[in-house]
Design a protein around this ligand. Structure first.
Ligand code: URA
Length: 261
């Protein structure tokens, strides 16, 4: 026997509406289990054996799953790749064939990546119209201009003329490193490395790296630490993952709003 779940949860997970809409629907006779009208939304069903219909249409069971991965460097954000291991392969122990990453991080970028089979949530998180914040920790080589924060806050033009939306820059720490020989800056023989947090809402190709390039600096290390309300679990080492908690998932779904329910 498979896992028993509540009828209203089953239908909500399959995208038929919010739990309360489903309860209403059940009362009105819109739900059937094995061909019989079922008015009790709390009834437990076995998705592998029971046939559930909503408005006379059988609802196929596809359990939605949500994981947070701390993506390591050297792994591509894709489901298949000829040259490199993929983020999906890191979750192969889950035995699911339908997981995909929500958006992409570069090969050499680490940090928070959501893997799911919920195409609807992925779309909501990635749609530029939803303005979901993404925060990155970066180490940046070179000297940031004094007005870097203002430049980022007002929306920048990248090297190739691409306009990016306003972002928020926080300087976490500044180290001035004396570097030998060829790396030394001509004037003072010192080269700076700055630790920053950058929050942006878009996800243009290499966007963070290109924004700092446009400021005359180079990103030497990049890690995503949050996406919307979801923050990377600091106990996850690169390559490790875990399921999202109910609270984390509810936060991402914006209490149902984000799914347009
Ligand atoms: N911006 C980048 O430049 N790289 C990433 O991986 C993510 C954002």
């Amino acid at each position: 026997m498979g896992k028993m779940i509540r009828l209203d949860k089953f239908l909500a997970d399959m995208g038929k509406g919010s739990r309360s809409q489903i309860r209403e629907g059940a009362k009105k006779g819109r739900v059937e289990v094995n061909g019989q009208t079922e008015k009790k939304p709390e009834r437990k069903i076995d998705p592998d054996r029971d046939e559930v219909a909503w408005d006379k249409v059988v609802v196929e069971y596809r359990m939605l799953e949500y994981f947070m991965l701390c993506k390591p460097q050297g792994v591509v954000s894709a489901t298949e790749d000829k040259r490199y291991p993929t983020v999906v392969e890191l979750l192969k122990g889950e035995g699911r064939k339908d997981l995909f990453p929500v958006g992409r991080l570069d090969l050499d970028t680490e940090g928070l990546l959501i893997l799911t089979n919920d195409g609807e949530l992925a779309h909501q998180l990635l749609s530029p119209k939803k303005h979901v914040d993404k925060t990155y920790y970066a180490r940046v080589a070179g000297i940031l201009p004094k007005d870097a924060k203002e430049k980022i806050a007002s929306g920048m033009t990248l090297g190739d003329g691409t306009l990016v939306q306003p972002g928020k820059l926080e300087i976490a720490g500044e180290k001035t490193l004396a570097l030998p020989g060829e790396f030394a800056m001509a004037e003072d023989g010192m080269q700076g490395e700055t630790e920053v947090y950058l929050t942006i809402q878009e996800g243009k190709f290499h966007q963070v790296k290109r924004m700092f390039e446009a400021l005359g600096c180079k990103v030497t290390y990049l890690k995503r630490i949050s996406m919307g309300t979801l923050t990377l679990d600091e106990s996850l080492c690169p390559g490790e993952y875990r399921r999202l908690t109910e609270e984390e998932l509810a936060g991402l779904k914006g209490n149902g709003e984000i799914r347009g329910l």
